[in-house]
Design a protein around this ligand. Sequence first.
Ligand SMILES: C[S@@+](CC[C@H](N)C(=O)[O-])C[C@H]1O[C@@H](n2cnc3c(N)ncnc32)[C@H](O)[C@@H]1O
Length: 433
Amino acid sequence: MRLGGRIAAAIEIIEDMDSRRRPVADALKDWGLSHRFAGSGDRAAIGNIVYDVLRRRRSLGWRMGDDTPRALAFAAVVDAGLSADDLSTSLAGDRFAPQMPPLDGFARLAQARLDDAPDAVAADVPDWLAVPLARSLGDDWVIEARAMGDRPPLDMRVNTLRASRDDVMAKLGAFGAVPTPHAPHGLRIPPIQGDGRHPNVQVEEAFQTGQFEIQDEGSQIAALLAGARPGLSVLDYCAGAGGKTLALAADMAGEGTVHAYDADRQRLAPIWDRLRRAGAEAVTVHAPRDDLSPLAGTMDLVLVDAPCTGSGTWRRRPDARWRLTEQQLHRRMAEQEKVLSAAAQFVRPGGHLAYVTCSVLEEENGARVGRFVETHPDFRVEDASTLWQQQLPIAGTPYIPADVAGGRAMTMTPHRTGTDGFFFARLARIGDA
Ligand SMILES: C[S@@+](CC[C@H](N)C(=O)[O-])C[C@H]1O[C@@H](n2cnc3c(N)ncnc32)[C@H](O)[C@@H]1O
């Protein structure tokens, strides 16, 4: 396909998403199924145009003076580096090319200054999110929100039960994998440029033999700061597909037990294969209806990787920011309170409760922890900056600190830590049994 056909396809996919209010992944998949002639390079290029539109939807529309899918797709292509003149030359004689928007739109695109735009436009978020984001991210919230629209890197965590970071880095050298800036077992392939796409590292022998997992550096750091050590009894209460379970198990080096639990059988299902591949034998999986009561009051560490809006993952799921509603946020907050209280009963006196979300919104983070401490006076919030310094001593403290109930929590963000957005707080249960 030539560029014109790719832009036409991107417009069709955006229109489909908008009219049927469906996730971008579904719209792209359906388009691929009904256009089987399109090669993998075409699909990657079309996907990049669609994703780039979703990353900058409001600001591109504002700069072009036109927010139709057609104008947005053309604006995204020009914003990615092709001049309007080169674009026009490239489309000449292409019978599949859609009609170009008027040239004065491209002139506006080049000249418009986002400093002059309303904050929510410059930040590329729906209006209702401006206040919660400003409250959560501080004075730099517009810069923070824009960084949440950048293309993300592909991060991996080396499984120290099977391999060293140097070994795996050598095996992935052809893909440009380098150590992550902070996490000690992380590798990173930088964000894609232009029409490219990330390599499918899951077909590599090193992946198939459990030497690494795909995991954002922020998620790796959150698991590390929780503080799993060899010999401990740990409960991963919202284990899902096991991303953090695997990291906890590796930190425990096969000594002690990680109990992995999730309320949703579907979400838990992939964990079995992942555990086998990783050689994580110290993990016991508990299905949703299992009786966990024998574990009550016995765990050294309970990790709550809570259900959340996922606002920290907008780099990877840029349509999510446009789909999120206030009602959904309130539903997640209620779930977070419920899950924290349910999980807390498993912490032994003197043990720890780590609370993590992949959201940057204060309502889901510090506010929920503050509320929990009000109703659970036997827990106190620790100083997460001390944990960071212990675990990541050479990396400094680039995250956003948050004072919560007399302790200190942290928010990682694409702008500050170069990771997805994650919140982390650790609480200690008073007592020394
Ligand atoms: C953020 S995801 C977990 C991701 C996972 N820890 C990982 O690193 O791959 C949140 C999980 O919480 C689970 N969950 C929601 N409500 C729950 C509850 N009341 N009890 C236990 N798990 C719950 C969801 O099914 C979902 O899998």
